[in-house]
Design a protein around this ligand. Sequence first.
Ligand SMILES: Nc1ncnc2c1ncn2[C@@H]1O[C@H](COP(=O)(O)OP(=O)(O)O)[C@@H](O)[C@H]1O
Ligand SMILES: Nc1ccn([C@H]2C[C@H](O)[C@@H](COP(=O)(O)OP(=O)(O)O)O2)c(=O)n1
Ligand SMILES: [Mg+2]
Length: 240
Amino acid sequence: MWRRVVSASHFTFAHKSIANNKDVCKLKFWEAFTTEIPLKEKGTFQRDKTPFITFVLGGPGSGKGTQCMKIVENFGFTHLSAGDLLRREIASNSADGTMILNTIKEGKIVPSELTIRLIQKEMESSDNYKFLIDGFPRSEENRIAFEQIMGVEPDIVLFFDCPEDEMVKRVLNRNQGRVDDNIVTIKKRLKVFDALNLPVVKYYMEKGKLYKIKAVGTVDEIYKQVYPVFASLNFEQVRE
Ligand SMILES: Nc1ncnc2c1ncn2[C@@H]1O[C@H](COP(=O)(O)OP(=O)(O)O)[C@@H](O)[C@H]1O
Ligand SMILES: Nc1ccn([C@H]2C[C@H](O)[C@@H](COP(=O)(O)OP(=O)(O)O)O2)c(=O)n1
Ligand SMILES: [Mg+2]
């Protein structure tokens, strides 16, 4: 079921910045998706459909990105990894690049507004309506800011539950040249995960939106738990 959140803040259309353009267009995120657009403009876009949002949570190395790739293949989602979007900002030498890099090296969390702006931009420019938002929200502050800025909640939340020693082993073997895949940063990230991310997991569990996946075993063994979650959803029916 699509849930709408009462929110004081407004989504600004046409990639305008949230802070400076509150009055430009008082559409909430879901309204932008559901607003009627003339058929000619719509083309093959599916923006007349309300977005279906899945948050993908789990500690570093729990296998979020790996499983998201399989969900994309089978169920046609658009995969938005918050970490990838932030790394793209660093690589593009954006004004915030140095701050993001230092935050990631320290195993800390980038200010919510920045990460949400990157996610929002990708969602706005996508033709798809099914989104996997991977590695977000990583804190209650992330979660609350997303709800306020976007005016929406996720439809479902996946949580990859993995023992710490397995996560450390996977991260140290990841070999993607990431600045945070080292033993010093991973220890810090695990502490941040326990302190800030687990409360988000608890929040969605209490709301009845959480699908907890036992993230040990082979990729295919884990996917056997993930597949039925999506196979059981009729995307047309879950929407109002
Ligand atoms: N079930 C698994 N068993 C062993 N290694 C895995 C498994 N799933 C993923 N990996 C590997 O572990 C590393 C971390 O996986 P990744 O999907 O990047 O996790 P996350 O996005 O949660 O940090 C990658 O090198 C990936 O290939
Ligand atoms: N919501 C988010 C997501 C990621 N980040 C930063 C901090 C995280 O340690 C890094 C890397 O995130 P990413 O999701 O790519 O990491 P893992 O795939 O879990 O290993 O990015 C953030 O600040 N806020
Ligand atoms: Mg990842």
